[in-house]
Design a protein around this ligand. Structure first.
Ligand SMILES: [Zn+2]
Length: 358
């Protein structure tokens, strides 16, 4: 194993371990112990201070990689300015992206959503319309917390029992925990108390886009209540809001837009005169993580971006929250992909379509 693979594996063990630990604080997971030992070995090799026990390890993991005082290989797919862990919250958004991109081969989806995608793609004929309905449902802020009765009604409405099970698997029962949560005014999902304020997801993204004004406790009068699982919230609902927001903007401008065309080959298809534009919305907190995501794809996975009129659109709020997001990302992209990928922000995309419509 070369140095990059070793560090990758160490980060994987640490992040997996931290994730499991958060779910059950009574047991220190084997992955966390293994990652700890790998880190100790690395520190000793470089004569850096050693995190000798789990509390000092967890303190270190709350600091960005660049402060760990061990040299990291240039090619690791984790941004050096990000930590692995945030107190009271859990693993960071960057750590979640790392797991999702490198250790779960599900085309950027969470396993649960990928099962739905596979089911709809493999059906004869393909269930394109049903897939679109389910994706749109999972991207709707009104349903990210939902009563058991409403969820059952939706899942059973397609008369595909296996598909219904896949839809249930995207949610978890929070009936016994609703007093721990508030509702996010932007995405409708659960807010948790981070020690100083109510926060949505690891990144607290919604709070950066829309102020969370005095969130109220959840009231369901004893009904069973479900919420989207954390990964589905992060990888389906959050980008889904950006995708449907862009769809709305374009539809209001009079364009003909189709969501998730060809059972999710792209996020949006827009017809302008006799030409079709395809868009994939990529919603990563860190431009480095997004560049690394593309860099690790094999050439055939990038084929869909080589076709004419295919664009990667970065949501407007990413450009606002991170200065020169696209410029930074392009610096880290492999030169070959830099030539292939057309990466634009939302207003550029609207300009491009406007030009084509004239
Ligand atoms: Zn939210």
């Amino acid at each position: 194993m070369n140095n990059t693979d070793l560090v990758n594996n160490m980060l994987f063990q640490l992040i997996e371990g931290l994730g499991k630990w958060k779910r059950d604080l009574t047991i220190i997971p084997a992955e966390l112990k293994k990652g700890h030992l790998m880190l100790v070995k690395l520190c000793l090799e470089h004569q850096s201070p050693v995190p000798s026990d789990i509390p000092s390890l967890v303190r270190l993991l709350q600091r960005p990689l660049i402060e760990w005082a061990v040299p990291m290989p240039a090619a690791i797919p984790f941004p050096s300015d990000a930590p692995l862990y945030i107190r009271n919250i859990g693993i960071t958004s960057e750590a979640m992206d790392f797991l999702n991109d490198y250790h779960s081969p599900y085309e950027s989806h969470q396993r649960e959503v990928y099962q739905i995608l596979q089911y709809c793609r493999n059906a004869e004929p393909q269930l394109e319309d049903i897939y679109r309905k389910i994706r749109t449902f999972l991207s709707n802020s009104n349903f990210s917390i939902i009563t058991g009765a409403r969820l059952h009604q939706f899942a059973r409405s397609f008369h595909h029992p296996i598909l219904a099970e896949h839809i249930f698997a995207c949610f978890e029962d929070i009936s016994n925990r609703i007093s721990h949560f508030r509702r996010c005014s932007r995405c409708g999902w659960t807010l948790v108390w981070n020690g100083s304020k109510w926060q949505c997801g690891q990144e607290g993204l919604c709070g950066k886009i829309t102020a969370q004004e005095d969130p109220q406790p959840l009231e369901y009068g004893g009904e069973s209540v479900f919420r989207l699982k954390e990964g589905v919230h992060r990888y389906t609902l959050t980008p889904g809001l950006a995708e449907t927001g862009l769809e709305r903007r374009l539809t209001n401008k009079g364009y003909e837009v189709e969501m998730y065309p060809d059972v999710d080959r792209y996020d949006l298809a827009i017809r302008v005169k006799d030409r079709t534009y395809h868009i994939d919305v990529k919603d990563y907190k860190n431009p480095y993580s997004l560049a690394m995501y593309f860099n690790q794809l094999d050439s055939s996975s990038l084929d869909k971006y080589r076709e004419g009129h295919v664009y990667i659109v970065i949501p407007a709020y990413r450009n606002k929250l991170t200065r020169q997001y696209i410029k930074q990302m392009r610096i880290w992209l492999e030169p070959e992909w830099r030539k292939v990928l057309r990466i634009v922000n939302e207003s550029d995309m609207i300009r491009i379509l406007g030009g084509a419509a004239k």
